[in-house]
Design a protein around this ligand. Structure first.
Ligand SMILES: [Mg+2]
Length: 368
């Protein structure tokens, strides 16, 4: 049995827990500070009921509800809360999966009363963070995730063999994980409406096991202290474009390694050495965690700072990512989501055709 724990309107609820004046009100979390020139990053339930949803231009949201409250998204706060909830769940000593910033899954197969456990977890989350979670209980993660949506917000729902047919009949297909987008549209075009229609036509889809379940990651795997790549050039190099290209390439290599290990980093260290300058090493810790090569590269350039303008000859370059945490990096903003899609596509191509098959154009300079 799997428990799928899904936080209710997570970002909005955190803001409401901090500022009770916002409680029960339609609330928009904006991606940027400019109230009318941003996109809705998250919405509270009263705002959702009015038809406001994430990804919507905020101007449109305020046209629907001019009196809506507005708060700028604070990634650090949400990630911190998510980590604290994850720590709390680790305490149950059951196989645990970090599904997303606001979704967690526990394998409760050995537990005598999963519903009681679900209730206990919900109560504990509410007591500690003053926010609510909905929990779905079912034999596999796909059904458990679906169940978590059926009694939202602040509810529990169980799908078992006895109510499977009735539940799936009542639930439209787009509610099912993986059926929200194009795949779902194909099935809907074929005349399938409810989850039950899919079950009758494609029962194997519902046989999802929990293979992807990692053991409690905090306990089973040792987390490395840092991930780094360095390179010594055959000759010292004065052309800043070539130096930057190498920093970019090393940043991408470090980022790939982070993603392979499901890690994110908040501390970037840059090492440079050359015949005149000697050794330079500096690091900076940022509030946001990342495993994106371009972001690591930009941060490394910031660390290089004024040194870059001196155009020193460079012989060795190293990029290191430290302050590592398990992969909880969740892109909040549209551009980041687009970049993440790009990064995943790059990983797929590099995995298939060998590392380095595709890298951003600037790194081509390193092959000169
Ligand atoms: Mg949620």
């Amino acid at each position: 049995m799997i428990l799928h724990i899904d936080m209710d309107a997570f970002f909005a609820s955190i803001e409401q827990a901090i500022n009770p004046r916002l409680k029960g009100k339609p609330l928009i979390i904006g991606a940027r500070a400019s109230k009318l020139q941003t996109v809705v990053c998250a919405a509270s339930y009263p705002a959702k009921i009015l038809g406001i949803h994430s990804g919507m231009p905020s101007r449109q949201a305020f046209a629907i509800c001019p009196s809506c409250e507005f708060v700028v998204a604070d990634q650090g706060k949400y990630i911190w809360t998510s980590e604290q909830i994850f720590e709390l769940l680790k305490g149950y000593d059951l196989p645990l999966n970090y599904a997303s910033i606001d979704e967690f899954q526990l394998d409760v197969s050995g537990h005598s009363d999963p519903l009681e456990l679900a209730q206990k977890i919900r109560a504990q989350i509410y007591a500690n963070f003053n926010i609510t979670a909905s929990v779905g209980v079912a034999k596999n993660w796909l059904l458990a995730k679906l169940a978590s949506k059926l009694n939202k917000p602040d509810g529990i729902s169980l799908i078992n063999d006895a109510n499977l047919e009735a539940t799936l009949r009542q639930t439209s297909l787009d509610k099912l994980c993986g059926m929200g987008g194009k795949t779902g549209q194909i099935f809907i075009a074929q005349g399938l409406k409810s989850c039950w229609d899919l079950y009758l036509n494609l029962p194997a889809f519902f046989d999802e096991t929990c293979e992807s379940f990692s053991e409690n990651p905090g306990k089973s795997k040792e987390k490395p202290k840092s991930v780094s790549h360095s390179y010594t050039l055959p000759n010292s190099e004065r052309n800043p474009q070539v130096v930057c290209a190498w920093i970019r390439l090393l940043s991408e290599m470090v980022a790939t390694r982070l993603r392979q290990q499901n890690l994110v980093s908040s501390t970037i260290h840059l090492y440079l050495s050359g015949p005149e300058m000697g050794n330079f090493g500096a690091q900076k810790t940022y509030q946001n965690q990342t495993n994106d090569g371009f972001e690591i590269y930009q941060k490394a350039l910031r660390i290089m700072g004024k040194l870059a303008t001196k155009n020193p000859r460079i012989r060795a370059i190293g990029v290191t990512c430290g302050s590592l945490a398990w992969g909880i990096y969740q892109p909040l903003f549209k551009e980041e989501i687009r970049r993440e899609g790009l990064v995943k596509a790059l990983d797929r191509i590099n995995n298939r055709f060998g590392e380095g098959s595709i890298y951003p154009a600037i790194t081509a300079l390193t092959r000169a």
